[in-house]
Design a protein around this ligand. Structure first.
Ligand code: SAM
Length: 251
C-alpha cells in the first residue's frame, strides 16, 4: 500500500486533506482515484500507521477519510541517536540513508578533533538540509513510522551534553577496543530495554583522540567494541544498529 507522511494534527473528524508534494505524488505520479486506500504516517514521532481512503480530489489537494489505525511494526524497540563524527566527502549521504533504513531515530553530525571536513555558513545549512531530505526518502522507502531528524552540526562537547540529557545509555565504539577480550559490549547491549534511548558516538576516519575518549568516560559514556576488525566510519553505525536488530527483532 502506498505510504505518505502527513501532519496528522490537521485531521478533523477522521478527515484529512493532503496538499503539496504528497498530493502531487498521489494524483499525478501514482494516479490514484477516489476509493483507493493509502497508508499515512504522522510527521511527528508517533509510531502509528493510519489507513485512509481517498474520498475526492480538489484543485491542489486530496481529501481522505480515516479507516483504521494500528501501532507500527517498523520501528526499533529502542531509540537510537547516532552521533556521527563528520566524515569526508559525501560519506554522510550514505550514512544517513543506511542508518535510517536500519532504524536510527536521530542523527547528529559532530565536529570531532580528527574530522577533516569543516562546514560553515550556507554550505553547512545546505548540507544539513540535504541530509534531512535523504532521511525522509529513506524513511519512506523502508516504510518507517517516522522520519528521523538530522540535527545541525554540534561540537563534541555539545554532543556529549545532549547525549547525557537525552539518552539512557551513552556508548562509544572505540577502535582501540577492537576484538578486546572481556570488552563488556554484549552485556551493555543486553541492558538496553525497549522504549529506552541509546546514544552511540562514531569517530571519523581518523578515529578518536585519547582526550575525546577520556571526556566521554567522564561524562558517563561507556566504550564498546564492534568486533575484531577495524570498520570504516560509514560502517560502524550500521554494525551497531545491526546488533540492535538482532537483539530486538530476530526470534
Ligand atoms: N583511524 C582508526 C584506526 O586506524 O584505528 C580507525 C577509526 S574507524 C575508521 C572510525 C570509527 O569507527 C572509530 O572511531 C570507531 O568509532 C568505529 N570503529 C571501527 N571499528 C571498530 C571496532 N572494531 N570496535 C569499536 N569501534 C570501531
Amino acid at each position: 500500500m502506498t505510504q505518505v507522511f502527513a501532519d496528522l494534527s490537521a485531521m478533523q473528524d477522521g478527515m484529512l486533506t493532503i496538499c503539496g508534494e504528497d498530493y502531487n505524488h498521489i494524483k499525478n505520479v501514482l494516479r490514484m482515484h477516489p476509493g483507493e486506500k493509502l497508508s499515512v504516517r504522522g510527521t511527528d514521532e508517533s509510531s502509528s500507521e493510519y489507513v485512509f481512503e481517498i474520498v475526492s480530489f480538489s484543485e491542489n489537494s486530496v481529501n481522505c477519510r480515516m479507516l483504521s489505525v494500528k501501532e507500527s511494526e517498523t520501528e526499533l524497540a529502542a531509540r537510537v541517536i547516532l552521533f556521527q563524527g563528520l566524515p569526508k566527502a559525501d560519506k554522510m549521504d550514505f550514512i544517513v540513508q543506511k542508518t535510517v533504513e536500519m532504524g536510527v531515530t536521530e542523527i547528529v553530525p559532530v565536529e570531532m578533533r580528527r574530522s577533516i571536513v569543516k562546514l560553515t555558513g550556507d554550505k553547512r545549512r545546505k548540507r544539513v538540509s540535504r541530509w534531512q531530505s535523504i532521511a525522509e526518502a529513506a524513511a519512506k522507502q523502508s516504510k518507517r513510522a517516522m522520519i528521523p531528524q538530522v540535527y545541525d552540526i554540534l561540537t563534541y562537547g555539545e554532543a556529549l551534553r545532549y547525549a547525557a540529557s537525552a539518552a539512557d545509555l551513552v556508548l562509544v565504539p572505540y577502535e582501540a577496543m577492537a576484538g578486546e577480550a572481556g570488552n563488556g559490549t554484549r552485556s551493555l547491549l543486553e541492558s538496553l530495554r525497549p522504549g529506552q534511548t541509546a546514544a552511540v558516538f562514531v569517530g571519523p576516519e581518523g578515529g578518536f583522540e585519547e582526550s575525546e575518549i577520556e571526556e566521554a568516560l567522564a561524562a558517563g559514556a561507556k566504550t564498546i567494541s564492534l568486533g575484531r576488525r577495524i570498520l570504516r566510519t560509514e560502517t560502524a553505525g550500521l554494525a551497531f544498529l545491526a546488533f540492535l536488530i538482532y537483539r530486538f527483532e530476530l526470534d
